[in-house]
Design a protein around this ligand. Sequence first.
Ligand SMILES: Cc1cc2nc3c(=O)[nH]c(=O)nc-3n(C[C@H](O)[C@H](O)[C@H](O)COP(=O)(O)OP(=O)(O)OC[C@H]3O[C@@H](n4cnc5c(N)ncnc54)[C@H](O)[C@@H]3O)c2cc1C
Length: 331
Amino acid sequence: MVSCYSQVTPGVADTHLREVGILSVGNKHEVVVVGGGVAGCTAALYSRRYALDVVLLEKAAPGGLTATASHIENYPGFPEGISGVELAERVRQQAANAGVKCIIAEVRKLQRDNDAWLLETSEGDVTTPAVIIATGASPRKLNVPGESELRSGGVSYCATCDGFFYRDRVVAVVGGGNTAVDEAIYLSDIATKVYLIHRRDELRAEAYLQQRAFARDNIEFVWNSIVTEILGSDLVEGVRVYNKKTDAQTDLAVDGVFIAIGHVPNTGWLGDLLELKDGFIITDKYMATSQPGIFAAGDVRDTPLRQITTAVGDAAIAAYSAYQYVVSRRG
Ligand SMILES: Cc1cc2nc3c(=O)[nH]c(=O)nc-3n(C[C@H](O)[C@H](O)[C@H](O)COP(=O)(O)OP(=O)(O)OC[C@H]3O[C@@H](n4cnc5c(N)ncnc54)[C@H](O)[C@@H]3O)c2cc1C
């Protein structure tokens, strides 16, 4: 079993592994946090501040989407901005310093176990009275020919992760929201040319991002257009684009395609346990879901704004509510 801290805080990993032991039904925790993005790490940190016995389960590596953001300029306390990787790392480190136990484990199912909750994970089962769900949302797919075939040959859902490989190359970004425009700007510093392909004739991104993108000479906007195919055999060689207004079909020669058309919530593993809206978890102002003892925070929640500030705010409230819930059960 791997601790989330093994690469970050040498020496801490063993301590945490010893404390946690293995995940098993007999090995109970007062709170289990699912997801190690900024919401999950913050919820676990706050739970520790309430002196709760908390374990954080993360299926990949702590940091979540924040670690993929190139530069974050709207998180208070960093007037010069901060890279997503560094902010995610700082949040993770703060949770580690507070004594949060963190294990790399994918949670596959959540179900009732008498008056508690049972979580089935890739590393074993665990029971707890309170669960905080912070599993975020995953990039939405285009579902066009070539997308899955060229997934490791130039199709990407994360410019910060893969943009480095496109120095002095030509790339396309698909989408028109904040993520797409942010990624196009980031890539325009690396690639010689960036096509921003959008199905409408105006962007949905915030005005300040639009202004920055329009100011870049090497970003070409391809309006009213959808990608119908990603071309290439082993590596991406181009994209086939259909213009909805002119009916024209064009092949653009590109070396990489960055798909940024929104996200789908990571809630499939919950089945029909909780009330959802468009797949996102419905909560009240206490971050309580439709089931007692289950709380949700961050991008996975049905919320008007998905940002780091809102994720950490949700998380603090969710931990407070979980604490109240656990204390009320102690009698
Ligand atoms: C390119 C980009 C730029 C951005 N720029 C900004 C910005 O400038 N400012 C800003 O405020 N926000 C920005 N955002 C949005 C911000 O990153 C998110 O709002 C934030 O990361 C949400 O945090 P979260 O913890 O809710 O979810 P996530 O960061 O998505 O974390 C969820 C975690 O849960 C894990 N997980 C999922 N399912 C399971 C499971 N079954 N078991 C265990 N673990 C699981 C995932 O691996 C992941 O680590 C940006 C996003 C992107 C993509």
